[in-house]
Design a protein around this ligand. Structure first.
Ligand code: PLP
Length: 375
């Protein structure tokens, strides 16, 4: 059914991932920590998935730590490093709350971004000092889709303190950037399977093999003591298959999706007088995201009308309560609150087609016109 434009929140499971998972939801069931044949098979399935993830990210298999999702991987990066090294955790002002709230809990310090959503490198150079143990800067933003130029960020951090570790949350980058190159200089990297066609509840933290982390979960010592708990074998197998297929399809998908996104965005800008593109430099935004601010229109009312018209989208990132919180991302970029109140994120993904764009172009301008009448 057309109209799903919320792939940045979650994207449907890829059929190849589902097929790979199915045996592990039925006929195959060993606990990978065990010693018998069924256990060995499960362990091999996890190690194959580990290799698939490592290959897609250009890292060693021994660096892959499977977690229960992107939030857990982000938390493990922050608390895991801070728990061993103490010091100050520095993080970008537009980070996802999975990094921001964790870093804030250990007294972290934010780095401002410019109107373009990029880290202010001068401020970063001022903030990072010998007391900094971790700097966390996301690879692509979940609301605006802005891709961070990580090279200069990492150079700035290492110039100010060569011992500071760099973590990047690459959850929104896996489908839409040459991710292995993009994250190459980062020490720790987070990804989440449900953003690239794998199942929900499976994430990865890339951790250098010789780095000591304080684990969040202790117990059986799985994942070389970095993440205790019986593995979610089916989920991990699905994650491995999904990332392998995402990488294989990426070049073709980038062209196809950016054409759809551009037609959507250009069509909306031409037909909605209140609409402004949040990031005028489209080249710095992932191919799948169209982010608009609609002056004088309330996102919440708009999303209600859109859903009645068959369009599922979001404003700020989705949060557990479903309520629309003011966006800390747009505020950090210096976008005034009146504009931010009318934010709309339309995000495409592997199932998106022309039919989704046609429906959106049919429904969204009319909904904005109705709301403008009552503004
Ligand atoms: N980081 C970013 C940038 C995200 O977009 C998300 C999900 O919205 C997360 C972290 C959290 O990942 P998960 O939903 O797997 O916990």
């Amino acid at each position: 059914m057309p109209g799903y434009l919320d792939h940045a929140a979650t994207t449907p499971l890829r059929p190849g991932a589902r097929e790979a998972m199915e045996p592990w939801l039925g006929s195959r069931y060993g606990n990978p920590s065990g010693a018998h044949d069924a256990a060995r098979h499960a362990r091999r399935a996890i190690d194959d998935a580990r290799d698939q993830v490592a290959e897609a990210l250009g890292r060693a298999s021994g660096e892959v730590v499977f977690t229960g999702g992107g939030t857990e991987a982000d938390n493990l990066a922050v608390f895991g490093v801070h728990g061993v090294r103490g010091g100050t955790v520095v993080y970008g002002a537009t980070e996802h709350a999975a990094v921001g709230a964790a870093a804030a809990r250990v007294g972290g310090q934010t780095v401002p971004v410019g109107r373009d959503g990029q880290i202010d490198l001068d401020a970063l150079a001022d903030i990072v000092d010998e007391g900094t143990t971790l700097v966390s800067v996301m690879a692509a933003n979940n609301e605006t889709g802005i891709v961070t130029d990580l090279g200069p960020v990492i150079e700035t951090v290492k110039a100010a303190n060569p011992d500071a570790l760099v973590h990047t949350d690459a959850v929104q980058a896996v489908c839409w950037t040459d991710v292995a190159n993009h994250i190459a200089g980062a020490d720790l990297v987070t990804i989440s399977a449900h953003k690239f066609g794998g199942p929900q509840g499976v994430g990865v933290l890339i951790v250098p093999e010789d780095l000591t982390l304080a684990p969040l979960l202790v117990g059986g010592g799985q994942e070389r003591d970095r993440r205790s708990g019986t593995h979610n074998v089916a989920g991990i197998v699905g994650a491995g298959e999904a990332i392998a297929r995402t990488t294989a399809d990426r070049d073709g998908e980038l062209n196809r999706i950016s054409e759809l996104r551009d037609r959507l965005l250009d069509g909306l800008l031409a037909s909605i007088p209140q609409a402004a593109e949040t990031t005028p430099d489209r080249a710095s935004v992932v191919a799948a995201t169209a982010h608009l601010c609609l002056e004088g229109i309330e996102s919440e009312a708009l999303l209600f009308l859109l859903e009645r018209g068959g369009i599922q989208a979001s404003a700020a990132s989705s949060c557990a309560s479903g309520a629309q919180e003011p966006s800390h991302v747009l505020a950090a970029m210096g976008i005034d609150n009146e504009m931010a109140k009318g934010s709309l994120r339309l995000s495409l993904g592997w199932t998106s087609t022309d039919a989704d764009v046609d429906l959106a172009l049919d429904v969204i301008p009319g909904a904005c016109e109705r709301l403008a009448l009552f503004a």
